[in-house]
Write a protein that binds this ligand. Sequence first.
Ligand code: SF4
Ligand code: SF4
Length: 212
Amino acid sequence: MIITKQKPFEKILEMTQPYDKVFIVGCGSCATSCQTGGEKEVAEMAGRLGEKVVGTAVVEEPCDLRLDRRDLKAHREALKEADAVLVLACGSGVQTLADFTGKIVLPGLDTCFIGETERLGRFYDRCRACGDCILDETGGICPITRCAKALLNGPCGGQVEGKCEVGEYKNDCAWVLIWKKLKEQDRLDLFMKFRPPRDHSKKVLLTEVILR
Ligand code: SF4
Ligand code: SF4
């Protein structure tokens, strides 16, 4: 799930201040689960912004143009009237709505990470969508996400008793976790495998992916 948090209301006020007519779009998927952009949060936001809100809608998945087309069909007139669209969804939803509406879009949420959910309000950063997954080699623990320096070849000199120097030794060192997991699985040979530095130009090419 894409984990989001709502921007401070003062920031949203500042963003919406130049516009007289604002349409609010929420997300029926991830942002609903995060309690940052579902029906309830959209209604609350509309109440707080008051008269300048010309309409609201919650799209099943605002990051999907087909669902924007379907769920915003009934709101075409209000959207046309709006000077700007305040989006309570992740950055992908905001950009898709920019393409769909052609309007000025305002992000009401900050997108944090692709996360694991323990319970509502408690999420863990688990993936940065690097485009070259190596979880098969790392015991199912992502070093890019969970190592503070995104190291690919084992721990740095900053780990002390399994804790990471970044964040004052509160968090586990990802590479110690990886070592323990690989040991448990009797696959420690993978720990010694050399991984060359990432070719980040690959990521640029991945800005558009076509799956057949
Ligand atoms: S290696 Fe980590 S960041 Fe890359 S795809 Fe796998 S889980 Fe995501
Ligand atoms: S201590 Fe471990 S988690 Fe922290 S930066 Fe070094 S290798 Fe990464």
